[in-house]
Design a protein around this ligand. Sequence first.
Ligand SMILES: [Zn+2]
Length: 115
Amino acid sequence: MASDSISPDNVTIPLLQGEICMQYTRCGKATCRCREGNLHGPYYYRVWRDGDSVRKEYVRRERLMEIQASCDAYRALMEHLKQARIQRLEIQKRIRHECRKIKPRTSANPQGAAA
Ligand SMILES: [Zn+2]
């Protein structure tokens, strides 16, 4: 499934929300080793928030690095957008502050002084 001719320059990483979680499980068979605490796994899942619910998707071990990279890329993008939003708000605040200094007050009667 993996391509053998990927160079880092032309790879676009798909963005995936969430994070990878590891889990050990008990299968439920009466005679299994997991009954004594020797659990199965680890199994990996991608867990993410979807509106009000939390979703979970099994991640095959051979795709673990790839999915992890997608989650990292998503998180990095979100952090970048967050910083950009903060910067934009800061710039808007400064512009408003500068405009207040420039604009003359309109409360006084402008013709009053002339004549
Ligand atoms: Zn078991």
